[in-house]
Design a protein. Structure first.
Length: 364
């Protein structure tokens, strides 16, 4: 009875509409998105200040995967551009996009609030504080923990602060959640700027700008293992949690009826989101609104049921950030535009629509 209620009630989650898509129609969506993502990634690798044909790009990738250092009839400089610069960057963009979109979906279900997202709630800013501390003060305070671990602790601290301020023991209203996120984000930003100011070095100022605006320009092969592995493992894990996520989305009463420890699961899920966010911020700085834009677009088409929603969100998040990063590379002839600026320009209007729109008023 309770399970039937869950299935029937998911469509009532605020801001979503569950449409009667047949399984046949949905079955081609994931393969289609996967193929489209691959094509877009090849295009993003080929396009830039130095244009390379798609066929040459594929030849270079195939040769490198086959263990060859040189590719016949292709200049070594082009091989280096594709393999050493663009391929790692595009892979990181897809990984970060998928991870941030996944984090947004999990947060929205965990706190039963459609505006929950790492950037809006200040979690990314908390991770940025940890990263700045690791970069500028790691040697001074004599702590040898790696950058991702510092970013995780910063994200975890911000998560706990937001949940405490907004009232974790009951249903968290949109107004309190957004205000708590704004407060924590402002405090974290001020703390990051203070650390940079006290460090007083040009390199530190550049690092602060990196963490504030977000960039994928520093992508390297040796730095891909952890983010790719963690995003893949998190995706698999949360795909196994779809029933619990559906129940949590509908409130504590239904979840308790199904025998789910809501508070325990919420704490565990938020800790995982903090870990994921911290690791991604450590790689590319703050890239906002991906966890808001992608879940809402996917949910408006495929409904709120996480069995369908999660795979679409993961692939769409990867596609979104690959395209955004490509635009950031080609819009300005003089250099790269920080990708966080583009995602903010796209995400801020949607955030205002969700917060103030009559049809999707989530205030509480």
């Amino acid at each position: 009875m309770a399970k039937a209620k869950v299935a029937a009630s998911v469509k009532d989650y605020p801001g979503t509409r569950l449409q009667a898509h047949s399984q046949t129609r949905y079955s081609w969506v994931l393969p289609g998105l996967t193929v489209f993502l691959f094509v877009v990634m090849i295009g993003a690798i080929s396009i830039g200040s130095t244009m390379i044909s798609g066929s040459d790009t594929l030849r270079i990738i195939a040769a490198k995967l086959g263990g060859y250092d040189e590719v016949p009839h292709i200049a070594p400089a082009l091989v280096d551009i594709v393999w050493d610069l663009r391929v790692p960057r595009v892979i990181l963009a897809a990984t970060v996009g998928a991870g941030l979109a996944l984090a947004g979906v999990i947060m929205q279900a965990s706190v039963q609030n459609p505006l929950a997202e790492p950037f809006i709630l200040g979690i990314a800013s908390g991770a940025s504080v940890g990263a700045v501390v690791a970069i500028l003060l790691g040697d001074i305070i004599g702590v040898s923990m790696g950058l991702p671990l510092w970013a995780f602790f910063g994200a975890l601290g911000a998560t706990l602060s937001v949940l405490a301020l907004s009232g974790m023991g009951r249903r968290i209203s949109t107004v309190k959640l957004v205000l708590a996120g704004a407060v924590v984000s402002a405090l974290c930003t001020a703390l990051s700027n203070f650390i940079v100011y006290m460090a007083a070095d040009a390199e530190g100022m550049q690092s602060a700008a990196f963490w504030t605006m977000g960039s994928l320009a520093d992508a390297k092969w040796e730095r891909l293992l952890w983010p790719v592995s963690v995003v893949a493992l998190m995706s698999v894990y949360f795909l196994s949690q779809v029933r619990i996520l559906d129940a949590m989305l509908l409130g504590e009463d239904i979840a308790l009826t199904l025998g789910i420890n809501v508070h325990g699961k919420r704490r565990w899920y938020m800790a995982l989101v903090a870990l994921l966010t911290g690791l991604l911020v450590a790689q590319c700085g703050i890239i906002g609104f991906v966890g808001l834009v992608i879940p809402h677009m996917a949910r408006s088409i495929w409904g709120a049921g996480h069995k369908r929603l999660l795979p679409v969100v993961i692939l769409s998040g990867a596609l979104f950030l690959v395209v955004a990063d490509l635009l950031s590379r080609i819009l300005l002839p003089a250099g790269d535009l920080p990708v966080g600026i583009l995602t903010a320009l796209l995400g801020a209007p949607l955030f205002m629509k969700l917060l103030f729109g009559k049809a999707n008023n989530f205030g509480g």
